[in-house]
Design a protein around this ligand. Structure first.
Ligand SMILES: Nc1nc2c(c(=O)[nH]1)N[C@H]1C(S)=C(S)[C@@H](COP(=O)(O)OP(=O)(O)OC[C@H]3O[C@@H](n4cnc5c(N)ncnc54)[C@H](O)[C@@H]3O)O[C@H]1N2
Ligand code: MOO
Length: 405
């Protein structure tokens, strides 16, 4: 039975696991300089060529001594035998003396403790300190961050700012990452006009294209705009074929519902196959997933809030896998509701919501045509099928930070 003939709506968890299983693993890699590495996905597990830090060094400004040369219970006077700023190789410590040392400077051989300058009295020639001191105090050990030979990041990690810094700290200036995924965007609908043009009666501006291009860019994919496509089977098929040639994945909006102007499902079935259609979610019910000539395809509903939410919940996880990164379900938090939702539904509902001062408010109009609802929100409240919400009930809230980027 074709998915189009199945009258049942699919639970989102089933759809997501089916979709994720079909995500192809990336094979093509490229080497990028660290300047361009943030957000990219590691195609190798780097091995440290050096210890980080490369040598024992001082964590404070003060004096390096050998702990054996200080009186345990009283004052000791040391001659200052050398000065070691960061960046200068120290001489071995002359026995019974102290070395003036600064934060980040390498510990002279023979020294095993740093006394901070606030606890030492320097008279211009000699320095007086109180004992006892702990062996190793204020010393950062060689390799305490990363050891030479250590695999310090795993293939599949999406590089954050700190990761790029960690790579740099081992001396790497470039790294192998997976090639960015190209995603074609098809905007179906006779009514669509590009921003900047004037509106004739019956027309609306194409906002989905900009939402999707922005979401894709934010997650490190390369959007390819196939443009606006008329509501005819021929036009939709032509666009799908063009998209399949140019991109690694195709995302269309609109034309996936049941009206006779909705050509996307049938066109996909003619050119490839449809694996998923119609989910038990609100908004986003008519979501379609399949392939066009082997190229994965998502047909998102045309309603702007539905397109955004289905992208976040289904297309984004798939693209993350395609990028070679690990996908983890978004973190959700139980937060008291500052709203009522007394009409239960049979689909899992994703309400555009805002968490403020530890409580959740929802946008006053949850119509899937209202894109401002998402613009106003900082996350989604998940209302399971058959549930109602009273003020003060704990509701599951997924911040947009978990669903974007
Ligand atoms: N008889 C039924 N009608 C509808 C059903 C249903 O089950 N039975 N489902 C409804 C649901 S739920 C949704 S969601 C929509 C989705 O329909 P389509 O994906 O076919 O989308 P369109 O009809 O093409 O457009 C819907 C809506 O969105 C506007 N739109 C489309 N593209 C864009 C764009 N690029 N930028 C901004 N706005 C866009 C379009 O003008 C429509 O207003 O179907 C329901 N109908
Ligand atoms: O599923 Mo539709 O997206 O509710 O409007």
């Amino acid at each position: 039975m074709s998915v189009v003939d199945n009258p049942d709506l699919m639970p989102i968890s089933d759809a997501l696991s089916a979709i994720l299983q079909m995500a192809p693993k990336p094979t093509e890699t490229e080497v990028v300089y660290l300047e361009h590495a943030v957000g990219r996905v590691l195609a190798e597990s780097p091995i440290a060529a050096v210890d980080v830090p490369p040598a024992d060094n001082s964590s404070m400004d003060g004096y390096a001594i050998n702990s054996c040369s200080i009186n345990e219970g009283g004052k000791t006077t040391f001659a200052v035998s050398q000065r070691v700023p960061a960046g200068r190789a120290p001489q071995p410590l002359v026995s019974g003396t102290a070395a003036r040392i600064f934060t980040g400077a390498e510990i002279p051989q023979g020294a095993d403790a740093i006394v901070i300058q606030e606890n030492a009295q320097f008279d211009g020639e000699k320095v007086v300190m109180d004992g006892p001191v702990q062996v190793g105090q204020n010393i950062r050990a060689k390799g305490q961050d990363i050891k030479v030979g250590q695999v310090f990041l795993a293939k599949g990690v999406r590089l954050q700012a700190a990761d790029v810094g960690v790579l740099a700290s081992t001396g790497l200036d470039s790294i192998a990452v997976f090639r960015p995924i190209k995603v074609a965007i098809i905007s179906t609908g006779d009514e669509l006009v590009s921003p900047g043009e004037s509106l004739a009666p019956g027309q609306i501006y194409n906002s989905n294209r900009f939402v999707l291009a922005s979401l894709l860019t934010q997650m490190g994919c390369v959007p390819i705009d196939i443009g606006k496509v008329a509501d005819t089977a021929e036009a939709v098929e032509e666009a799908l074929e063009q998209a399949a040639e140019q991109a690694d994945c195709i995302i269309s909006t609109g034309g996936v519902s049941v009206g006779e102007e909705d050509h996307v499902k049938q066109s996909v079935e003619r050119l490839g196959k449809l694996d998923v259609w119609r989910l038990k979610i609100k908004p986003g019910k008519p979501l379609a997933f399949g392939s066009v000539k082997e190229t994965p395809f998502f047909g998102l509903p045309g309603n702007p809030a539905s397109a955004l939410i289905t992208f976040c919940l289904l297309a984004r996880p798939f693209l993350i896998r395609m990028q070679g990164a690990g996908y983890a379900l978004p973190l959700a938090f139980n937060v008291p509701a500052d709203f009522e939702h007394l009409k239960s539904g049979n689909r899992q509902e994703y309400m555009r919501a805002r968490m403020e001062q530890g409580r959740i408010a929802v946008f006053h109009n949850q119509s899937s045509g209202i894109l401002s609802s998402a613009s106003w929100s900082n996350g989604l409240v998940v209302i399971p099928p058959g549930s109602v919400v009273h003020k003060g009930d704990l509701v599951s809230f997924i911040p947009f930070s978990e669903l974007l980027g």
